[in-house]
Ligand binder design. Structure first.
Ligand SMILES: *Cc1c(COP(=O)(O)O)cnc(C)c1O
Length: 375
């Protein structure tokens, strides 16, 4: 298999030290008490990253597992759930709610803009009888970041539990779980954290734990049952054998982020330069506001198709970029400048390859994308 420079919005490039950590010899994670201490230390590092004192769990399975586990554990049949929807992941959250019997009400935002907090406020004034609300921090397919801080603040006024999918934002954008009053936020290993795909992690507030542990009906799942994890440390027991090598990798990847201590500004400033380069080149960004700092989504210009861009960049430059799916299929390309991808040189060669590719197919560009980026 080839190993191109992965400039996709997850999975991202993995640092050599993370790969070495994954290759370490293992112990038996069910029996060895030192593994429980190690797991706890990794959770403590995630607490730093998320600015929280609440419990953290790391589960073996990628982001979707965290999202489904939150739904399975919180929702009882007939519970009213508000699904805040301005994109593919936001809308899809509702499908998981329905699997567990929740009654979904959608708050629909503009799919090219961040959630409008005033519109949401007007909606909630009229209808706020919800047990919980789901939302997506960064809509990865469209490259839009939502104001999770303001949304959660608003939900807290009405005592609505918040569940936030931050898979493509944690490790690239500021997350303040305690200050913003987030009940459950979940992330994945393979996006801005830049570890291998395979893990999800969640922070769980006291209110969320109370809700999970005081249900009237049993949780209709084993793998997605967070209640089973409540006393893992005291009991030195996990519901299933932990993917120890993946957790070695995650632990090392978080160390890299915490040691750098500048990742938020790095993502902010480099993503701004990417957007400016695209605009100056006369190309079009997909979002109209709420631009993500971790992924840039560009409308595919006339005269070239997604497959032509993808194949030329991969075959001629060994760089992989992504398209999107659903209603955005063949309409946009996405550059994931997140985690290990978010470094000047990698972005520069990606934009240079994009510039060459677009010009090869006759797309008119004023100047050069990579030169605008480097300015
Ligand atoms: C990547 C991602 C997930 C996890 O989905 P996979 O594509 O299956 O890895 C969940 N939510 C968001 C917002 C994501 O970007």
């Amino acid at each position: 298999m080839r190993s191109p420079l992965l400039m996709t919005p997850g999975p991202t490039q993995i640092h050599e030290s993370v790969r070495s950590a994954m290759a370490k010899n293992i112990t038996n994670p069910d029996l060895d008490v030192s593994f429980f201490e190690f797991y706890k230390e990794t959770c403590n590092k995630l607490k730093k990253l998320l600015n929280t004192k609440e419990d953290i769990l790391i589960l073996g399975g990628e982001g979707i597992l965290g999202l489904e586990a939150a739904c399975a554990s919180l929702i009882e049949p007939e519970d009213r759930v508000l699904c805040i929807d301005n994109g593919i992941f936001g809308n899809g959250f509702g499908d998981f709610v329905k699997i567990y019997g929740g009654k979904v009400e959608y708050f629909k935002g503009d799919y090219r803009k961040a959630i409008d907090i005033e519109e949401l406020e007007q909606f909630l004034v009229k209808d706020h009888n919800f047990k919980l609300a789901t939302m997506v921090h960064c809509e990865t397919p469209s490259g839009i970041t939502n104001p999770v801080d303001k949304i959660c603040n608003l939900l807290n006024k009405y005592n609505i539990i918040s569940v936030v999918d931050s898979v493509s934002a944690i490790g690239g954008e500021l997350v303040e779980v305690d200050k913003w009053g987030i009940d459950i936020i979940l992330g994945g290993s393979q996006k801005c954290i830049s570890a291998s795909p395979g893990l999800t992690f969640l922070s769980i507030s006291k209110r969320a734990w109370n809700t999970i542990l005081n249900r009237k009906t049993p949780i209709a799942s084993f793998y997605c049952n967070l209640a089973l994890w409540k006393n893992w440390y005291e009991e030195k027991w996990f519901p299933y054998t932990q993917p120890i090598s993946d957790i070695y990798g995650l632990d090392c990847a978080i160390d890299i982020i915490l040691e750098e201590n500048n990742y938020i500004e790095r993502h902010r400033s480099l993503s701004e330069k990417v957007r400016n380069a695209i605009i100056k080149s006369g190309l079009e960004l997909y979002p109209l506001d709420g631009y993500s700092n971790t992924v840039t989504t560009m409308v595919i210009p006339k005269g070239i198709t997604f497959n032509e861009i993808y194949n030329n960049m991969l075959n001629e430059h060994n760089i992989m970029v992504a398209g999107a799916f659903d209603y955005l299929k063949d309409k946009v390309i996405r550059i994931g400048h997140m985690g290990e991808n978010c470094h000047e040189e990698k972005i520069y060669i990606t934009l240079k390859a994009l510039d060459e590719t677009l010009k090869k197919y006759g797309v008119k560009i004023d100047g050069s994308i990579h030169k605008y980026f480097a300015e």
